[in-house]
Every structure is written in structure tokens, then in C-alpha cells.
Design a protein around this ligand. Structure first.
Ligand code: AVJ
Length: 354
């Protein structure tokens, strides 16, 4: 008999009627094991491909005149936990503002979105946002996608126990590589769920490409529920990306440790400081790491000397106006755009159909 551990099981397509794996008789259990293996292979291929391309991309970024590191390097397990901690900071308003928009309008949102859908959670993290909507939206299937595969697995194992009636799939992949869903994800009634303004990490032209791609993956009754951070006073944005406790600094600098793990480089976090601020001209929050002194960084097959005060660009987080993002949705083929915001107009939630 094939032994399945809980973590592997989370990556299978679970059968809603079945309950826990322990109670499944031997033959269906083998069937589950096979499907689990398929799901895991899919995941491993995706992650391996992501890291392989990532390595190339990393070398290109570190070698560029203005050095950069892709933002996905924030999200190893520690990085995902640091981000979660950031969402509790007084300065980091997006998460709680978005949550308030959801709770104030949940009846309206549920009516517009409807139930029984296949909810595809893009950048699911700890899956808590989606889970908080399960009661109102009653999805039939839940597909969680995140680059932080281990962190996602842990979250899904817990979620499966809490919601045995919803079938669940986990996919550890890099969405920047294009979103390819396995055949097991139903095509009809897809609800792409992209909260938290993660769309802001794409430059506007790439955001348009990504949204068009999502729209193409919507068949009958498909739609998108997306959270977007809005342009506001610079001081508010500066504080949100450079908090007093230094959690954002730790989150930013941790990318260097993740790069060391992937590339075998020898970045020493102590040689670098955090920079986070709002760039008004480009309508984006930016993060960089800046050297405290001249540092020589080495990795297998290469090295680079960074001068004192030289920066590596680690993130852009674009901010939109309410109208601008609505227009972007329509331009990428979405229709029936509905919007909810908070009283200060700091954050917006959009639902649009394909
Ligand atoms: C997860 C990309 C939405 O841009 O605000 C938090 C990441 N960066 N603090 C954001 C982040 C600095 C966050 N997103």
C-alpha cells in the first residue's frame, strides 16, 4: 500500500465526498496516490523550471549596469512569514484596507460573484484571504497558486481539514513565467482571485499582458476579482515601504539570503541597508538594497564589485488611480467592471467578467 503523508496529499486533487485520506479504502487510495504523484511532478517541474530560468535571470540582473533582483526572491519560507508580519504593521495599510472593503461589502460581492465557482487564488500565501471568503462565496473548487511552495503546502494541509466540502489543489509556480493550469482545473465558472495589489509588481505593460492572459483562461462564466492599491499622498506610501520596526527592511534584505541559496553567492546582509520609498514620477513604490561600503560579491563563475552607496533594485509596486485600473481591465477584454473602495479611496476591489 502506498503511504501518503499529509503534505503530499495537499497537492492532490481531493475528492469532495471523501473526507480524510485515512478513511479511503485501498484502491481509491492508490488512485489518489497516483494523482498525487502527478500533481507533485507537475509542481516540481514548474519549480525546477522557475529556478532554472531564475538563475539565468539572476545572473542577468546582477550583471546589469543598474543591478536588479526579481521580486520573487523575497518569497522563501522566511520571506513569506516576514511579508505576513508586514501585513500587521500600522504603516502597511493595504491588507487591512482591503479586508475592510471585503467585510463592508460582502453581501454585495457575493451577489455579484455568485457561488459554486472554481476559485483560483493567485499568490495565495497562507490562503487566509480566500478562506475568509469561503463562507460567502461557497466555491466548489479551490486552486491555490504561489511561488512559495512549502509555505503554501503547510497552509493547504490545514485548510483541507477545515473545509472538506471544497476540493483543493496547490500549485507552486512562478506566475511571471505565465500561468499554466493543469487539465484537472475545471474550465467553466473560473473565478480568478488576485487580491493584495500583487498586480502592482508588474510594470503596467506587463500587467496588461498578464490580465489578457487571465481573460483568455476564462471560459463560460469566467471572471476576475482583483485588489489594487491606489495612488495617495507620498508620506503614507513612504512609511508603508519603510516602517519604523524594520520589518520591511528585513523582508527586503532577506532576498539576498535567498539569492545566496539559489546562486551560491556570498552576499552578507550586514553590508547592505534597506531603501523603500514612493517614486511619484513613475507612480510606484520602490525597494532597493544599498551598500554601506564597497563590497565584492562572489558566486560560482562570477563576481561583482559594488561601490559604496550602490543599489540593487529589488521591487516596483505600481499604484493606479481608480479610473486608470478600470480602463486597464476594459482594455484587456474584461467587461461589467464593478468597483468597491474604502472611504479614503486608498484601495480598490474590482470584479469584472470575461
Ligand atoms: C505583495 C507585492 C503586494 O507591493 O506592497 C510589501 C510586497 N513590498 N512591502 C507590496 C511588499 C514591501 C507587496 N505585494
Amino acid at each position: 500500500m502506498v503511504q501518503l503523508d499529509e503534505t503530499e496529499a495537499a497537492f492532490a486533487i481531493t475528492n469532495p465526498g471523501v473526507g480524510s485520506f485515512e478513511r479511503v479504502p485501498e484502491t481509491p487510495r492508490r488512485e489518489h496516490a497516483r494523482r498525487t504523484t502527478d500533481a507533485l511532478r507537475f509542481r516540481n517541474r514548474a519549480v525546477a523550471a522557475g529556478l532554472w530560468n531564475g538563475r539565468e535571470e539572476l545572473l542577468a540582473g546582477l550583471g546589469a549596469p543598474q543591478a536588479w533582483i526579481p521580486s520573487k526572491y523575497f518569497y522563501d519560507s522566511l520571506g513569506s512569514q516576514l511579508f505576513n508580519a508586514i501585513t500587521h504593521l500600522p504603516e502597511y495599510y493595504p491588507t487591512r484596507t482591503e479586508a475592510a472593503i471585503f467585510s463592508r461589502n460582502i453581501g454585495d460581492i457575493a451577489r455579484v460573484v455568485g457561488s459554486g465557482r472554481t476559485m483560483i487564488d493567485l499568490g495565495a500565501g497562507n490562503c487566509e484571504k480566500a478562506a475568509s471568503l469561503f463562507g460567502a462565496l461557497k466555491p466548489a473548487h479551490y486552486v491555490a497558486v504561489d511561488i512559495s511552495a512549502e509555505y503554501l503546502e503547510t497552509a493547504l494541509v490545514r485548510l483541507r481539514r477545515r473545509y472538506p466540502e471544497i476540493s483543493m489543489t496547490g500549485l507552486g509556480l512562478d506566475m511571471a513565467e505565465g500561468l499554466s493550469l493543469p487539465d484537472s482545473v475545471p474550465e467553466a465558472k473560473r473565478l480568478f482571485f488576485y487580491p493584495g495589489s500583487s498586480i502592482g509588481n508588474f510594470a503596467p505593460a506587463d500587467a496588461a499582458g498578464f490580465l489578457s492572459d487571465l481573460r483568455r483562461q476564462c471560459q463560460q462564466q469566467g471572471g476576475l476579482l482583483i485588489g489594487v492599491d491606489l495612488v495617495k499622498e507620498k508620506a503614507i506610501l513612504d512609511a508603508a515601504y519603510d516602517d519604523a520596526l524594520g520589518l520591511t527592511a528585513a523582508f527586503n534584505l532577506n532576498a539576498l539570503n535567498n539569492v545566496n541559496a539559489v546562486l551560491g553567492s556570498d552576499f552578507d546582509v550586514r553590508d547592505w541597508r534597506h531603501c523603500g520609498f514612493f517614486n511619484q514620477a513613475q507612480s510606484r513604490a520602490e525597494m532597493h538594497v544599498e551598500t554601506r561600503m564597497a563590497v565584492d560579491v562572489r558566486w560560482p563563475g562570477g563576481s561583482r564589485l559594488f561601490e559604496a552607496g550602490e543599489r540593487i533594485h529589488t521591487e516596483n509596486s505600481y499604484k493606479y488611480s481608480l479610473e486608470e485600473f478600470g480602463a486597464l481591465l476594459r482594455r484587456t477584454g474584461f467587461r461589467n467592471v464593478t468597483t468597491w473602495t474604502d472611504q479614503r479611496n486608498w484601495f480598490a476591489l474590482y470584479y469584472a467578467t470575461a
